[in-house]
Write a protein that binds this ligand. Structure first.
Ligand code: HEM
Ligand code: 2DC
Length: 469
């Protein structure tokens, strides 16, 4: 047994030494590139233990032998430890993001009808369309103010505001007014809290949050404060709708947004509705905004593609006589542009699942209950899967060599992104309005890299230029 002790001590030493080396190579903010290197060095599958984080990593686009094909009724992904720790610490209920088993499935099926079904999509097209139009108005105003016929800016915070305005309009059926010059300071505080929450999550992927809490580390404290702000602001929005509904201040005939609809149906307890609406409001800010920022960055470097898209949009709009639901169905190149953006710039560095049974992956035996991560960032940049992966070429998604390939940017199957349809409609409408009105340019020769802030982000500010087209 002294041998056994030695072996365990050896393993422990290795997992923490690994973490130390990782930290030295600035790994915390570079997870995506380190993964690319590991796949180059070890091939398409390797095992790793970093601090408390143990996983099998693979690039695995095949349709047959994937970790996803053995998904049961309750697929489970890696549960971000600090997100669970916060809720346990403050005694708050989980939403679908962190629930498991039947509890997850029950919430998820109810929510799917409200946010993922075709019925729901038709409901929120007009809500997202008006926010897109208002963003265009804001850009025109900024151009006018500049007195140079163009607006040059880092649009990050503008897009955060746009995204929060969009998701709030879908959830609450009311506008927060974030596309005006002066905005509610609480809303800006909410936006900043999400950034802090993501930033402080990263180290706690590897180091147990409970340990950081006991040593009162700043990371833990900033994390708690950030979530407190997030929950408080979301609660304010939810309470307002709840009160309006109870006092019958709104006619229950018209569509009132996701929250109103959930409250009226009475299928989920109020506490679960709150948990889920808070998750959606939080999940709907940095994801779509950063993706749109990347999309405009790529489009700025591809003027002829912009021209093509403009033609596609104008043709679609004329044929649909302005019916936006129809327009969205007839802009394949625009949809491919978002797919291509997410290939090169995914929000999630991996999509993960716990195996339920033992499986064989790329000739390796994987036991049950193993965390398997599919490296979607690495896959998107691998020439074995995409010809000339460094080229931004949306047309690849319309040609036959991509037809067999599925995009994994929103995850997979019944546990995929709950906000996928909201995100897609929001981003498609945004680009339709922007491209119809403006030419987007950027300084030539500025290459922007990627940094890991739990979600992947640009590693430097991106300055874009908008002029009336
Ligand atoms: C889950 C990506 C926008 C809310 C996920 C997952 C990914 C993802 C990869 C994990 C899926 C899986 O494990 O298979 C994205 C991307 C977005 C986006 C790329 C936009 C570009 C949104 C928005 C919302 C949202 C707008 C809120 C309305 C959620 C929630 C989950 C989730 C609640 C957990 C679902 C569950 O576990 O059942 N997202 N997301 N996301 N996302 Fe998104
Ligand atoms: C981060 O190693 C890296 O959509 C980890 O809207 C594995 C991992 C697990 C879950 C992923 C996370 C990564 C990135 C951010 C994701 C999250 C699932 C949902 C979340 C992809 C890849 C996100 C951004 C949600 C967040 C909603 C929440 C904050 C209320």
């Amino acid at each position: 047994s002294s041998q056994a002790i030695q072996r365990i001590a050896g393993q422990l030493e290795k997992q923490w030494l690994n973490l130390y080396r990782f930290w030295q190579e600035d790994g915390f903010r570079n997870v995506h590139n380190i993964m690319v290197h590991r796949f180059q060095k070890f091939g398409p599958i390797y095992r790793e233990k970093l601090g408390n984080y143990e996983s099998v990593n693979s690039i695995d686009p095949g349709r047959r032998c994937t970790v996803f094909n053995t998904e049961g009724l309750y697929p489970e992904r890696f549960s971000v430890p600090s997100w669970m720790a916060y809720r346990d610490f403050r005694n708050k209920p989980y939403g679908v993001l962190l629930k498991k088993g039947e509890a997850w499935r029950h919430d998820r099926l109810t929510l799917n009808k409200e946010v993922l079904s075709p019925w729901a999509m038709d409901k929120f097209v007009p809500l997202l369309n008006e926010v897109g139009q208002d963003f265009v108005k804001r850009v025109y105003m900024q151009i006018e103010r500049s007195q140079q016929g163009r607006w040059t800016a880092d649009l990050t915070n503008e897009l955060f505001r746009f995204a929060l305005e969009s998701v709030s309009n879908v959830l609450y059926g009311t506008r927060l007014g974030l596309l005006q010059d002066i905005i509610d300071p609480d809303a800006q505080q909410f936006i900043n809290a999400i950034t802090t929450m993501f930033h402080t999550t990263t180290p706690m992927l590897y180091i147990p949050p409970d340990f950081l809490r006991r040593i009162s580390s700043k990371t833990w404290q900033d994390h708690i404060t950030a979530w407190d702000i997030i929950f408080m602001q979301a609660d304010k929005c939810i309470q307002k709708i709840y009160r309006d509904l109870r006092q019958n201040r709104k006619s229950t005939k018209e569509y009132m947004g996701v929250l109103g609809s959930l409250l009226l149906q009475d299928k989920l307890p109020i506490e679960d509705i709150k948990a889920n609406v808070t998750e959606m409001m939080t999940g709907g800010v940095d994801t779509t905004s950063i993706t749109l920022l990347w999309a405009m960055y790529e489009l700025a470097r591809a003027p002829s593609l912009q021209e093509k898209l403009r033609t596609e949009i104008v043709t679609a709009r004329t044929a649909a006589k302005g019916d936006m639901i129809k327009v969205l169905k007839s802009v394949p190149l625009l949809r491919a542009t978002i797919k291509e953006t997410i290939r090169l710039h995914p929000v999630a560095v991996t999509v993960q699942r716990y195996t339920t049974d033992e499986i064989i992956l790329q000739n390796y035996f994987i036991p049950a209950k193993t965390l398997v991560q599919v490296g979607i960032y690495a896959m998107g940049r691998d020439p074995r899967f995409f010809t000339k992966p460094e080229q931004f070429n949306p047309e690849r998604w319309l040609s036959t060599d991509c037809k067999h390939f599925r995009g994994l940017g929103f995850g997979f199957g019944p546990r995929q992104c709950l906000g996928r349809r909201i995100a897609e409609v929001e981003m498609h409408l945004f680009l339709i309005h922007m491209l119809e009105n403006f030419k987007i340019e950027t300084k030539r020769g500025v290459d922007v890299g990627t940094t890991f802030e739990l979600i992947l982000m640009p590693d430097k500010p991106i300055y874009l230029n908008a002029t009336a087209s």
